[in-house]
Write a protein that binds this ligand. Sequence first.
Ligand SMILES: NC(=O)c1ccc[n+]([C@@H]2O[C@H](COP(=O)([O-])OP(=O)(O)OC[C@H]3O[C@@H](n4cnc5c(N)ncnc54)[C@H](O)[C@@H]3O)[C@@H](O)[C@H]2O)c1
Length: 263
Amino acid sequence: MQVANSVFVITGAASGIGEAAAIALAAAGAKVVLGDMNIEKLAVVKNRILNEGGNAASIALDVTDEASVQSCMDFAVDQFGKINVVLACAGIIRDSFMVTPDRETGKIKKFMSTSDWQQVIDVNMTGVFLTLREAVIRMVNNGWEGVLIPLSSINKSGELGQLNYASTKASLALWPKILAGEFHARGIKNIRVAAIAPGYVETPLLTAIKPEIMQAIVNEIPLGRLVQTGEIIATIKFIVENEAVHGTTLEISGGIIGKGLAK
Ligand SMILES: NC(=O)c1ccc[n+]([C@@H]2O[C@H](COP(=O)([O-])OP(=O)(O)OC[C@H]3O[C@@H](n4cnc5c(N)ncnc54)[C@H](O)[C@@H]3O)[C@@H](O)[C@H]2O)c1
């Protein structure tokens, strides 16, 4: 599939990877439909693309809300007549250890809240499920050529303080194989699935990580720096343009091995 003239639905398009991808893909001739909860920033991204002569439309989207996801997909079809690529970038982190004892008393003084657990599952896992499912229904029913690109993470291998986040990203890394197999079993030939598992990419998501922890992370990256959004965008284009990329999760991490214990 060519990027030019394909219709991309990008969730989490107001920031970070989604924002950078929307701008770059539109510059490459794609028609981009941008969805995010942050409608102010979403408008800024859309207007920038329009000012640069690109094709973009935006809609308020909460990926955890089924009706909102359905409206976003219908909006995309309404605006540009089809959906070809779904880039599921909407994601959050709410890091903490499951339990932390007090140094003096040895008794638990803090624990991961149920809401921090649930929000991450809702956005990063259920949100991506709804996004992919609603796109696939429309792609199959209309016979459009489609590519699904969920965003996993290198921390799919397990990371301390990310019981919630790593669980969702490990889950997403399995989906390309499961879905490629299901599509094959059901005779669906027009849709490919490939996830991207980035390492640490320089985006606002990382501002939630304390600077001293961030420096320790960079020290562990063989590349010696954070991954840049341009390197993720190059991977998105590679997936879209290469028909043989299907049923796989590509790690784009600068060689990070990670300290995850759950390998
Ligand atoms: N930045 C990294 O280092 C990194 C590494 C690995 C994986 N990822 C993954 O890549 C994806 C994008 O990350 P990013 O760094 O661009 O993050 P970001 O924080 O810069 O952007 C995420 C966007 O998702 C939106 N969002 C959050 N909840 C939403 C919801 N319920 N509905 C719709 N939109 C919602 C936010 O408003 C935000 O605009 C995420 O899934 C993240 O887990 C990022």
